[in-house]
Structure formats: C-alpha cells, structure tokens
Design a protein around this ligand. Structure first.
Ligand code: GTP
Ligand code: MG
Length: 346
C-alpha cells in the first residue's frame, strides 16, 4: 500500500504498577535483557524502542502483516511503575497513541494501575490491558512464545478455570474504573470494549496476540491521526536531559511529527523564554537497542517521526524533561510563539 509513506509509527506506552512486568515485556518483544542491568530493577527513565513491522510479523508467525497493515511498525516507550514517578508516567501517557496497561494477573489492580487508567481517561487514549505472569499460575504448562489459544488448550481444566477467574476479576476492576472490557478474543468491537490479553512476558506466551491487537487498534483508531507531513519541521517532546562524555548536555526526545535535520534551528520550551539553539549532531540508537543504553549511538543527518533520538546542541543544560521541542525552518519568532502557546496548553 502506498499510503503507508504518509503514516508515522504509532507510539505505544507501557504503563502499570511497579514490578508488574513492563520492562520484561519490552525485553521479550525486543529479545534483549535490559531488566537485569537496571539498578534495583526500577526503571528510572523512559526509554524508546522501535519495532519494525517485519519483526512484528515474525513474532506473530504471519509473514504477510506488512500487506495487511498500514502502520510501519510500533515505537514502544517504557514508563516506571514506582509511585514516585507520577510525572514521568503522565508524560509517557500524554505522548502515546496507544497504551498497554499491564497488570500482574496474580495481584490484580494496584494503585499505579488505577493511576494509569486515570491518565488514559484524561487523554482519551485507546488502550489494551495485559494480564501478565500467567505462567505463575500453579500448574501452568508453558510453551515458549505460543499464541494464547494454543497454550490455553494445553492447560488442565483447573488452570483454565483459575485463568478465567483472574481475567474475570480484572474485567470487574475495569468496570469499576468505568470501562467495559472482555477477554480480547471475545471482543467484537474494540471501540466499545477494552480487550484483556493474558500473557507471560517471561515465556512470551500471548505476545503474538498482544501484537496483533495493537496493530488492529492502530489501524482502526489511528489511521487519520497518524498521517503526517514527513517533510514538515520536526515536533517532539523531551524525555530526558543527559550529560554525555565529550558532548556535554544532550537531550533524548521523541519526535512525533515531521523531520529533524542536523543543522536545524530548534526551539525548546522552558519555564522562562524558550531556548533557541542549533542541532550539532543527531544520534540514533543502533537497531533494536534503547536510547538510554550509553555506548550504542551512530550519527545520522536526519530523522523522521515517530522515533526516539538523542540531540547534541549548545545551551541544553537548563532544558527540562517533558518540554516541547520544535524545529524552526522559517520564521523562528513564530515558532517561539507556538512553543509558548503549547506550554500554556499543558
Ligand atoms: P518497574 O519498572 O519497577 O515499574 O517494574 P516493571 O513493571 O518494569 O517490572 P519488571 O519487568 O522489572 O518485572 C518485575 C519482576 O517480575 C522481574 O523479576 C521479572 O522477571 C518478573 N516478571 C515479569 N514478567 C513476568 C512473567 O510474565 N512471568 C514471571 N514468572 N515473572 C515475570
Ligand atoms: Mg521497568
């Protein structure tokens, strides 16, 4: 399909209570092991990972996805579940086109699960709920990376009953939070009902189903929202300001519209006058690595939305995470006004 070139990659945030498995899920999708390297297993920063449609096809065991779906892939953002990180979660939620709310199937809803749902209500973001850690159900018979229906068939009646009961409890909690939902394979209209996908981030079971639901949601809800001007000036949000050896202060940002080029003038919102500076270098994470893992950057001349990119430029020391950023290709003063306006709207 050739309309594809006008659709950007949807941004998918993973939200949920501490330790319910956000980072493990992204690791599994990516096939790496970032969780084990994290201090205290708490995610301190938001990372971004682009998963191209080819890889999603492979994970789903369907080589034809690129012809069925118009989106070029999915860009995943991890958010921390620890209660101290409300503002980071809120930022992750505001940025997202789609959200995965992850719930430990054995623990059910917890405070940050509810907080995530409040954020989604506020931003009216389409989401899917994942009931994670189903492999922890006593007596579970795992099949690595199997689709849900295949692995469900392999369970004893007792395990099936427990699973059904736990999913039912999550459906009840969602109802109390104001959402109609059902197990995803019983949902016929995703516009009216939230799908609940039972998975194990550890064994990979159910992940093919989750990816299919996400692709379906992206296709249904976002087709019009995702069309963009690939040659327009870049627009994004700062996730993090970071000191890098030899580069000084740099910013990690998610670009959600347009194009950003080396040499572009950029305007960044701040508590005072917006900061005006020039892009010295654009640094991309290497294929399927996270922008927060140090050593893995390569320089590029331009990037197109949606993507995570590190920007090196003068005068970034006082930039605040969460700030809007815009490239100014023509009238810089007009862009400064736009950025000021955007700050008022937050
Ligand atoms: P924060 O970033 O701290 O909010 O946590 P998180 O949601 O990213 O959780 P994380 O992925 O770090 O997982 C927490 C713990 O649960 C780790 O020890 C994981 O190995 C374990 N875990 C995650 N998913 C599963 C699963 O599906 N099955 C099992 N058995 N363990 C899991
Ligand atoms: Mg984490």
């Amino acid at each position: 399909m050739n309309e594809k070139s006008n659709l950007r990659t949807p941004i998918v945030s993973v939200m949920g209570h501490v330790d319910h498995g956000k980072t493990t899920l992204l690791d599994k999708i990516r096939g790496t092991t970032i969780t084990s390297g994290e201090a205290g297993a708490i995610t301190q920063h938001i990372g971004a990972t682009e998963v191209p449609i080819d890889l999603i096809s492979k994970k789903c065991g369907d080589s034809n996805l690129a012809n069925k779906f118009i989106v070029p892939g999915l860009l995943f953002i991890d958010t921390p579940g620890h209660h101290a990180f409300t503002s980071l979660r809120s930022r992750g939620g505001a940025l997202a086109d789609l959200v995965i709310v992850i719930v430990d199937i054995n623990e059910g809803f917890m405070p940050q699960t509810k907080e995530s749902l409040e954020i989604l209500k506020r931003f009216k973001t389409p989401f899917v709920v994942v009931a994670n850690k189903m492999d922890r159900i006593h007596g579970w018979n795992p099949t690595q990376d199997a689709p849900f229906s295949a692995t469900y068939q392999n369970q004893s009646q007792r395990v099936k009953d427990i699973l059904d009961q736990k999913v039912y409890e999550i459906v009840g909690e969602l109802y109390e939070a104001g959402f109609n939902s059902n197990r995803y394979d019983r949902v016929t209209d995703f516009q009216r009902n939230i799908g609940v996908v039972p998975i194990s981030a550890s064994t990979g079971e159910g992940i093919p189903d989750l990816l299919m639901v996400l692709m379906g949601l992206a296709q249904k809800f976002l087709e019009s929202d995702l069309s963009y001007d690939a040659d327009g000036p870049g627009v994004g949000t700062v996730l993090e300001v970071k000191e890098e050896k030899g580069l000084g202060a740099t910013i990690d940002l998610i670009l959600y519209d347009g194009k950003l080029r080396k040499g572009d003038t950029i305007v960044i919102g701040s508590s005072g006058e917006p900061i005006k500076t020039k892009v010295r270098a654009l640094l991309k994470p290497n294929y399927l690595s996270e922008i927060r893992t140090e050593d893995k950057f390569r320089q590029v001349n331009e990037v197109t939305a949606a993507t995570g990119v590190k920007v090196s430029a003068p005068d970034l020391e006082n930039v605040l995470a969460g700030s809007p950023i815009r490239a100014a290709t023509g009238d810089v003063d007009r862009v400064v006004d736009e950025v000021k306006k955007e700050l008022e709207d937050i």
